[in-house]
Design a protein around this ligand. Sequence first.
Ligand code: ZN
Length: 254
Amino acid sequence: MPTAIRKRLNELGLRSRLRARPRVQGRILAPAGLLRRLPSAPGLYFPFYHDVPAEYGDDLRHHLRTLSRIGPMISWENALAVLAGDRPLPGPMFCLSFDDAHLTWRDVAAPLLRELRVPAMFFLTSGMVGRPGNLTWQDCRDLVAEGFDFGSHTVTHTRLADQDDEAAARELIDSKREIEEELGVEVRDFAAPYGHPAVDFRERDVRTAREAGYRSFATTLRPAMHAGDSPMWIRRQGLHPAWPILAVRTRVHD
Ligand SMILES: [Zn+2]
């Protein structure tokens, strides 16, 4: 095997081992956070999480309290209004979301969000619902009844860029339809799995999303957003609750 490929595989292996050990990953990221500050200038941030195992519940509370001290946590709908210029952006503001279909949304995240009165968007991978370790449709309906928002994160969590036109469109359209049928709410917001342009999704997928009736499309590019920025190119900052605030600063900063 060529050295370059072996090196790349080693890097990928290291990265996935670190993902499985988020406290270690957080400690490795932390020193770079010394060079950054949490935001102080006007800017809209979209921090997002995946699974929130119970052991990290207090850590997530700490993250959310820290961000709330800097600026308000607003709903997806209100965040889109900020981008449209229909709501002011006087300082840093935060709009929270969660990806996939984790059971811990029901057991850990939602109780915490209720306690802190923080709105959130849940981007659901529809094909994961009902599988072991994931939410059931009834769990999702209960979260809707509590006022949480739901968007689509495809059917199978595939990398859209790897799919042909028809398969990619099905991921966007079928997930929207199934979530709408199961939850009885309109689904107008989409988050691309992995979320990096060109590598993980293509312009084609943004176009398809628009045609399918989505009003927003979330990527994992990180810089802050402002009035006038496109809702079809939302920039989100991926975080893990196990990270210290210094590591958060590497993702959410001016
Ligand atoms: Zn995902």
